[in-house]
Ligand binder design. Sequence first.
Ligand code: AVJ
Length: 332
Amino acid sequence: MPAFDALKIDERGPTQSATSARHEFAQAVWSGLTKPQRELPSIYLYDELGTALFEAITELPEYGLARADERLLRRYAQQILEHLPPSLIVAELGSGSGRKTRWLLEALSRRDALVYFPIDISASALSKCRREFAGMGSVSLVGLETSYLEGLRAAISTRRPGQTFLVLFLGSTVGNFERPAAEKFLQEVRHCLAPGDSLLLGSDLEKPIETMLLAYDDPLGVTAAFNLNLLARINRELGGDFVLGQFSHQVRYDERERRIEMRLRSERQQSVSIPASELTCTFREGETIWTEACHKFCLEEIRKMAQNTGFVSVAQWVDHEWPFAESLWIAA
Ligand code: AVJ
């Protein structure tokens, strides 16, 4: 696709200097830790080490989610593609290493040359992704190291007449939003798109509570390390002095909200200072920092979400080994 070389998209997306990224992190830590229920935004879990730990999570026997997602894409790539027009441009929100996406892109690129925009805040995820697709001559990859919507807007701005976009939002990342915020976000995605563009949405389905708890509190402690790494990151990047051994990984399932909640619990009363955020916090014993919510869905609710956000749900594929769904929506 030679025309693509001429495009004026920075490979790294709208670049941000390291100092302004650090400043934003310092600000976010300040505002999260000064709330009555302290919290830290889950996007900050994914620095280089956090991304590696998340990759390890996807290999855990207890975390069936990632394998279910990949199984569905592998098994149904052909069926998914039958719903999609030729001359597709693919943009993926949170591509990670691109491993699961490979199945779909392989099937798509057998029909047509393909442009693929992986969008991820993790530079290391994007470089893995580049390696994953390096050997696939029919895929032109343009990585965008930025937030989902900013990346999506940059990708869509390259649209030429006759091209249709497919947005991938896999791995149940949509579950990290509170339900109303998820709809608002999907509406914003819809606003970036034109009628006839599509969205493939991966969502984890409700399942027995024991199974869900184990998936987020694995006996090896990888998820605990993933969670605690957020404090380690504050120490590394913001000069914090969290003593990691004095915090523990806490997981519960809220049946009313239908979500896994991850927190970090202070095991004793302690003070922590974070110079770059100009903050000193005192934690009570048992006090928690909220780090991530992972909402679980049912099939009907996903179809309803499509309706509420300006899409038409055209098909759903479900994995029965680990209840998980891929839903294909077309922009109305
Ligand atoms: C990457 C957001 C989909 O919610 O299951 C995995 C993140 N956190 N284990 C999820 C996660 C702890 C994961 N997502």
